[in-house]
Design a protein around this ligand. Structure first.
Ligand code: NAD
Length: 357
C-alpha cells in the first residue's frame, strides 16, 4: 500500500481521481482541499466510509500546514490538482489564480523537496511529484493541423492559462535544479459527473432541464477536445506509476467538437431522456442564445496524445457519445448534488453555518 497525497480532491477531476484510487487500488489517499466554491464533499459521498481516505481541509498556500501533512502521512507521491480553474473568473479577478496556481504550487514544491531530500534508498528514488495541468498553456491552435505536442511552445491566452503555464515552469525548474522527481500531464477539456455547473456541459444540462436559456459564446465555433473525466483519472494513475521522471505527457480524448455541436448533442439527448419538459419549451434547442464572445477566446485546442499511448499504453475508453449520455444521465439522477453545488450549501454546512431542521 502506498500513500498518495491528492490536492484539490474535492473538485471535479480530483474527486474522480480520489474515487478511482479508493475503489480500484489499495493505496491510502490524503485529500488536501480548501473547499472553495468549487470543492464539494458530496462528490466523495460514495467512498465516505473508506478508512483509506483522509480529508484535510487546508490551503495549499499554507506552508506550515503542508509541511505538517507531509510529516504526518509520509507520502510516496503527491498528485497536485488544486487550482482556481475557471477562465471567466480569471478574467474578472485574477488575484486568486496567481496566489493559488503559482504560489500554491511553489509552496508544495518546496515542502515536497525538503521532505524528499530527507528520504533515502528506494523510497527516495520512487517518490513522485505529479503536476496536473491543462492544454490551455499552449494557446490557440487555430488552423494548424494536428494537435498540441509535449514540445509545443507555451503561449497562454487567459490569466488562468498563464497561471497554469507559470506553475508548469516551476515544476520543471524544481526537477532541473534540485532533482525533484516530477512528472507532468497536460490534458484537454474534461467532462463527466460532479462538474461544477458554471462550465459549458453541466451548465447547459441544468439550464435546459429548468427551461432557462443556454448561453453560447459567439457562434459557438470554438473547437475543444473532450475527455471523459474517468478516462483522465486512469491516465493520471498510469503516469504517476509508470511515467518517466522529468517527462510531460499530453492527455486527450481525440474528440474535437465545436461548442455548438456539444450543446446540440446535449439538447438531442434530453429530447430522448429528460424526465420532464419545462413549461413552454417545445424543443430544447430553442433555448440556445448566442452571447458576446469571451475576450481573448482561443478558437481551437487539440491534443496529440500519441506519447502516452505509445509509452504507457493508455487510451480513452469512452467515446464522446457514450460519455455525454452518461453525463446527462448522471445530472438527471443527482438533483441533490446539483442543488448543493449551486447553493454552496455543502460548504456552509461543513463550516457549521447552516442548521438542518
Ligand atoms: P475544480 O475547480 O473543479 O477543483 C479545484 C479544487 O481545488 C477545488 O476542490 C478547490 O476547493 C480546490 N482548491 C482551490 N484553491 C485551493 C487552495 N488554495 N488550497 C487547497 N485547495 C484549493 O478544478 P478541476 O476542473 O477539477 O481541475 C483540477 C486540475 O486539473 C486543475 O489544476 C486544472 O488546471 C486541471 N485541468 C482541468 C481541466 C478541466 O477540463 N476541468 C482540464 C485540464 C486540466
Amino acid at each position: 500500500m502506498k500513500t498518495i497525497i491528492v490536492t484539490g480532491g474535492a473538485g471535479f477531476i480530483g474527486s474522480a481521481l480520489v474515487r478511482h484510487l479508493v475503489r480500484n487500488t489499495a493505496n491510502r489517499v490524503v485529500n488536501i482541499d480548501r473547499l472553495t466554491y468549487a470543492g464539494n464533499l458530496e462528490s466523495l459521498r460514495s467512498i465516505a466510509g473508506s478508512s483509506r481516505h483522509h480529508f484535510e481541509q487546508q490551503d495549499i498556500r499554507d506552508r506550515a500546514a503542508m509541511a505538517t501533512i507531509f510529516e504526518k502521512y509520509r507520502p510516496d507521491a503527491i498528485m497536485h490538482l488544486a487550482a482556481e480553474s475557471h477562465v471567466d473568473r480569471s478574467i474578472d479577478n485574477s488575484a486568486e489564480f496567481m496566489t493559488t496556481n503559482i504560489m500554491g504550487t511553489h509552496t508544495l514544491l518546496e515542502v515536497a523537496r525538503q521532505y524528499w531530500q530527507k528520504l533515502s534508498g528506494e523510497r527516495r528514488s520512487a517518490f513522485r511529484f505529479h503536476h496536473i495541468s491543462t492544454d490551455e498553456v499552449y494557446g490557440d491552435l487555430g488552423d494548424t493541423p494536428g494537435g498540441f505536442q509535449e514540445t509545443t511552445p507555451y503561449a497562454p491566452s487567459s490569466p488562468y492559462a498563464a497561471s497554469k503555464a507559470g506553475s508548469d515552469h516551476l515544476v520543471r525548474a524544481w526537477h532541473r535544479t534540485y532533482g525533484l522527481p516530477v512528472v507532468l500531464t497536460n490534458c484537454s477539456n474534461n467532462y463527466g459527473p460532479c462538474h461544477f455547473p458554471e462550465k459549458l456541459i453541466p451548465l447547459t444540462i441544468l439550464n435546459a432541464l429548468e427551461g432557462k436559456l443556454l448561453p453560447v459564446y459567439g457562434q459557438g465555433n470554438q473547437i475543444r477536445d473532450w475527455l471523459f473525466v474517468e478516462d483522465h483519472a486512469r491516465a493520471l494513475m498510469q503516469v504517476v506509476e509508470k511515467g518517466r521522471v522529468g517527462e510531460t505527457y499530453n492527455i486527450g480524448g481525440n474528440n474535437e467538437k465545436r461548442n455548438i455541436e456539444v450543446v446540440h448533442g446535449i439538447c438531442d439527448i434530453l429530447e430522448d431522456i429528460a424526465p420532464i419538459r419545462p413549461a413552454g419549451v417545445e424543443r430544447f434547442r430553442e433555448l440556445i442564445t448566442h452571447v458576446n464572445d469571451r475576450p481573448g477566446h482561443d478558437t481551437r485546442y487539440a491534443i496529440d496524445a500519441r506519447k502516452i499511448r505509445r509509452e504507457l499504453g493508455w487510451t480513452p475508453q469512452e467515446t464522446f457519445e457514450s460519455g455525454l449520455l452518461k453525463t446527462v444521465q448522471w445530472y438527471i439522477a443527482n438533483g441533490q448534488w446539483c442543488q448543493s453545488a449551486q447553493s454552496g450549501k455543502y460548504n456552509r454546512e461543513r463550516l457549521g453555518l447552516i442548521e438542518e431542521h
